[in-house]
Design a protein around this ligand. Structure first.
Ligand code: NAD
Length: 334
């Protein structure tokens, strides 16, 4: 069944490159999504991607409880080298397409695009977010993303350990980057072991009194909490059957290689907080500040609300993933 509200595919007048916007649902508010710019084997694959990602954004916004719908931009590059001139031409083409939605679709950065590209979109109207700080943007989203992960961790700990206090517990953080390092600094009383493919992070971790494990062994460490803060696809049927932890909660996007891994984790008694919920702090905060014009305190309150969302989806029948999706569907229907 065709679930999406709108799909517009257009060949750019300046660049000759095909770009597209999908709006999955605008029941809760304007559709928002990142702009993905990459090469696809054919336009059909790009259309599949934009539809799938727009739908995922609808769920992410609905679960996060923010007043936006799901959308996505895709710029399907052709075989030509992306010179600065061609890049600007295709971004302007796509800016025209975004502007044609008149505010019912807003774009942010995704794979292949960044805050400076959002400024090109802004040349055609106020329909892009995550602009550079020098142009009124809120800057790095890693701080509110970490705040959201810590909020999700509190709710997860209450559910799994009967309280928020992690004193004496062992926490493994895979990925000691912008978010992982902030999460590590926000956890009190626990033994924290971090892991990163970048060996230079080891001394930084040691300087903070944190333990270290090689990335190849991070998933084998017996721990109370595992925090995926590096790459997606870390939870597969293989890793899910090996993990010796009670709670998994982290910012990495697309942590499961396939949805059935959520069932495997559940069967093993491991509580997994779905990434769509745990990773939402950055986008929630950025939209609240840049689009809704909220101040820091009001925007932060929306991020902290991730704690109550996690508390709502963890108990009950089914897996946390099925309950998160059910909550999203319920909000999209209401
Ligand atoms: N920054 C945000 O606001 C935000 C928002 C939502 C989701 N996320 C997701 O959270 C994750 C972390 O984001 P970030 O901003 O901290 O990124 P980052 O690039 O600053 O940090 C990621 C770290 O992971 C390390 N890494 C890469 N592969 C690894 C592996 N196999 N094992 C261990 N370490 C590995 C990198 O060396 C790096 O230090 C990413 O998956 C990102 O997509 C981030």
């Amino acid at each position: 069944m065709w679930e999406h509200e709108e799909l517009v595919v257009r060949r750019g007048a300046r660049s000759g490159i095909t770009t597209m916007v999908a709006a999955h649902s605008r029941v809760l508010g304007p559709a928002i999504g990142g702009c993905r710019m990459k090469r696809y084997p054919q336009v059909g694959a790009a259309i599949d991607d934009v539809l799938r990602l727009a739908r995922a954004m609808s769920h992410k916004c609905a679960v996060a409880g923010v007043p936006y719908g799901g959308g996505k931009s895709v710029i399907a590059l052709d075989e030509r080298p992306l010179t600065p001139e061609l890049r600007r031409a295709v971004l302007l083409d796509h800016a025209d397409l975004i502007a044609s939605f008149g505010g019912s679709y807003l774009a942010g950065p995704d794979i292949g695009t960044g805050p400076d590209d959002m400024l090109v979109f802004r040349e055609k109207g106020p329909y892009a977010f995550c602009v550079p700080e020098s142009h009124g943007g809120v800057g790095s989203s890693s701080v509110p993303t970490a705040t959201g992960v810590l909020a999700a961790l509190r709710a997860g700990a209450r559910q799994v350990f009967g309280g928020e206090d992690l004193t004496g517990r062992r926490v493994v953080i895979s990925g000691f980057g912008a978010v992982g390092a902030r999460v590590a600094q926000g956890i009190e009383g626990a033994e924290i072991i971090v892991s990163d493919v970048d060996e230079t992070k080891r001394s930084a971790a040691a300087g903070l009194g944190l333990g270290w494990v090689e990335p190849s062994e991070a998933l084998q460490v017996k721990a109370d909490v595992f925090i995926p803060a590096a790459v997606g696809g870390v939870l597969s049927p293989e890793t899910a059957s090996e993990l010796d932890v009670a709670l998994i909660v982290g910012p990495a996007n697309n942590q499961l290689t396939e949805d059935s891994v959520a069932d495997l984790l559940d069967e093993r008694g491991i509580v997994w907080v779905p990434d769509v919920v745990a990773s939402a702090g950055g986008i929630v905060y950025t939209l609240a500040r840049e689009v809704d014009g909220l101040d820091h305190a009001a925007a932060s309150a929306r991020v902290e609300a991730i704690e109550s969302t996690v508390a709502e989806i963890l108990p009950g029948p089914g897996t946390p993933l099925s309950r998160a999706l059910a909550l999203a569907e319920q909000r999209l229907r209401s």
